[in-house]
Design a protein around this ligand. Structure first.
Ligand code: FPP
Length: 245
């Protein structure tokens, strides 16, 4: 049963799911190892899990899902593993470009594209063009992304506008407009799978007030039932805040 239905039946009244959920998808390697499979198989299963969760988020009324697919630290992995993850991203981008309009599902990439392959960059350009004409649920996929790098990038962009006399007064709100997430509400819920309890340089600016949900479940095993649990946790937290105020 969906969390919203459970709430209604328990007489608590419905609570909408978070509008914006962020996820650190961790545990693909361990998932594969525990099955005697290569790490690449874990990432393929992870890409499937992402597909399922994105569809589920859309179905239950989440508006934005932002996931960490490849961090600036991930370049330290083996060339084979990196190229496998990049090929999964290419495959996903191609699929999305074809289906975005039909499915009402936008795909947006955040991160420093300069280090990515020309093929991946051209797919990102195409995805951006298509996404402009699509409304509805948005999946933001962070690739070659780091939270500190994002803040530095925002500071540089602000400085450029300042020099050109086009910068607004510098406030938290106006500075947010220089982030990749410009115009989006901040994530209300962050989920990290795979047992670690760290932010790992993800969305440092945006997570200031976000509820954090950590689970030992490895990312490829994280399905709709697990997301329901995370949303129930979030709803419980929201209720406690309500009581205190
Ligand atoms: C973390 O698990 C996972 C990654 C660094 C890569 C995530 C990539 C995908 C889910 C596939 C591509 C994504 C999309 C959106 C198509 P890990 O390898 O650090 O696992 P471990 O901690 O068990 O070693």
């Amino acid at each position: 049963m969906s969390p919203a239905k459970k709430d209604i039946e328990a007489g608590r009244g419905p609570i909408a799911p978070p509008r914006h959920i962020a996820i650190i998808m961790d545990g693909n390697g361990r998932w594969a190892k525990s099955r005697g499979l290569p790490r690449s198989a874990g990432h393929s299963a992870g890409a499937e899990a992402f597909r399922t969760i994105a569809n589920y988020c859309k179905a239950i009324g989440v508006k934005w899902l932002t996931v960490y697919a490849f961090s600036t630290e991930n370049w330290k992995r083996s060339a084979d593993e990196i190229s496998w993850i990049m090929s999964l991203l290419e495959k996903y981008l191609l699929e999305s470009i074809e289906k975005m309009e039909r499915d009402g599902m936008r795909l947006v990439i955040y991160g420093d594209e300069s280090a990515l392959s020309p093929r991946l960059r051209s797919l990102m350009d195409r995805a951006r063009d298509v996404a402009e004409h699509v409304e509805g649920f948005t999946a933001n996929v962070c690739v070659n992304y780091g939270g500190r790098a994002e803040i530095l990038r925002a500071a540089k962009r602000y400085a450029e506008d300042y020099v050109n006399h086009s910068a607004p007064e510098l406030t938290e709100e106006s500075f947010s407009g220089y982030m990749y997430t410009a115009g989006l509400p901040e994530p209300e819920l962050l989920i990290r799978t795979g047992g670690e309890k760290r932010i790992s340089n993800f969305l440092l600016w945006q997570l200031a007030y976000t509820e954090m949900y950590f689970t030992d479940t490895l990312w490829p095993d994280f399905g709709p039932a697990e997301l329901d649990k995370a949303i129930e946790f979030f709803n419980g937290r929201q209720r406690r805040f309500g009581a205190a105020e």
